[in-house]
Design a protein around this ligand. Structure first.
Ligand code: ARG
Length: 268
C-alpha cells in the first residue's frame, strides 16, 4: 500500500514535470525536439586518390564518388562516425596517414605484408587481382609474353610489383605513371604496349572507352588481392569501429546493394 502510493506520487510528479516543460517550449519548436543537442559526431578525415574509377573518382560536379566512397560512408554511419573525403595523391597518401593529416585512407588499397609494417588495415572489404590491358591487336596472351614490351604502371602499386617481378626493378621498359588513367592514355597513344592495374579499374576503362580498342588479359600468376581501409599504426579504436561497421553493412545487405550498383552487369 505504502509502496503503491509512493509510486503514484512519483508518476504525478513526473507528469507535472512533463507538463511544465511542455509549457516552457516556445510555440514554434517542434514537439519532438530533443531537450539537449545530440553530441556532434566525430569527423574522420579520409584520404583518397580519386583517379581510380569505379572505386574512387570525381563526378562532373567534382565530387568524390565511387564504390569505396559508398562503402566507407555506410560503414562509418553504422559506427556513428562522420566522414570527410579529401583528395590525396596516391604517392603521398601513406605519409599523410602516418603524419596524422588523414585518419583513414580508402583507395582500393591492397593489404600487403610490406605495407603492414608501416600502417594498419581493417578487415578486407573487396577481392581483386591484377589485369593487363593491351591493344586489341596484340598477340600477347599472358604476362610472360610482354618481357620485351614497354609496360605502364601506376607508381608504388601492386601492378608495379608484378611488372618489377617480370622485368626487374631497374628495367627501363617499366614506365611509371602518377595515376592509372595516365598510364592508360599512354597505351592509347602507343607510348606503352601494356598497362597492368587492378582488374576492376581495367575492366571499367575498357567498358567505358570502346574506341580505345583495348583488350584485357588475365594471368595465372596473379594472386588474389584484398582491399582494406588503411589506418595509422596503432589506431585500434578506429580500426575496431570500422571493422564493426563493415561487418554490419555486410550482414544487413547494404554492402551487397552498393556492390551491385557498381559491379553487377546492367540488367538488360
Ligand atoms: N590495389 C593497388 C594497390 O594497392 C592499386 C591501388 C591504386 N589506387 C588508387 N586509388 N590509385 O597497390
Amino acid at each position: 500500500m505504502h509502496l503503491k502510493r509512493h509510486f503514484l506520487l512519483s508518476v504525478a510528479a513526473l507528469s507535472v514535470g512533463v507538463l511544465l516543460s511542455a509549457c516552457n517550449k516556445p510555440a514554434s519548436e517542434p514537439a519532438a525536439a530533443p531537450a539537449a543537442p545530440a553530441p556532434a559526431a566525430r569527423v574522420v578525415t579520409v584520404g583518397t586518390d580519386p583517379t581510380y574509377a569505379p572505386f574512387e573518382f570525381q563526378n562532373e560536379k567534382g565530387e568524390i564518388v565511387g564504390f569505396d566512397i559508398d562503402v566507407v560512408r555506410a560503414a562509418a554511419q553504422k559506427a556513428g562516425l562522420e566522414v570527410k573525403f579529401v583528395s590525396t595523391p596516391w604517392e603521398g597518401a601513406i605519409n599523410a596517414l602516418t603524419q596524422g593529416d588523414r585518419d583513414l585512407l580508402v583507395s582500393a588499397i591492397t593489404i600487403t605484408d610490406e605495407r603492414k609494417q608501416s600502417i594498419d588495415f581493417t578487415e578486407p572489404y573487396f577481392e581483386a587481382s591484377q589485369l593487363i590491358a593491351v591493344s586489341a591487336s596484340s598477340t600477347a596472351t599472358q604476362l610472360d609474353d610482354l618481357k620485351k614490351s614497354k609496360i605502364g604502371v601506376q607508381t608504388s602499386t601492386t601492378g608495379e610489383e608484378v611488372v618489377v617481378k617480370l622485368l626487374g626493378k631497374t628495367n627501363s621498359n617499366i614506365k611509371r605513371f602518377e595515376s592509372t588513367p595516365l598510364a592508360l592514355s599512354e597505351l592509347a597513344a602507343g607510348g606503352v604496349d601494356a598497362v597492368v592495374a587492378d582488374n576492376g579499374v581495367v575492366s571499367h576503362y575498357l567498358a567505358n572507352n570502346p574506341s580505345a580498342k583495348f583488350k584485357a588479359l588475365s594471368d595465372p600468376s596473379f594472386a588474389p588481392e584484398f582491399y582494406g581501409l588503411a589506418l595509422k599504426k596503432g589506431n585500434t579504436e578506429l580500426q575496431a569501429l570500422l571493422n564493426k561497421g563493415l561487418a554490419d553493412i555486410k550482414a544487413d545487405g547494404s554492402y551487397q546493394k552498393i556492390y551491385d550498383q557498381y559491379f553487377a552487369p546492367a540488367a538488360k
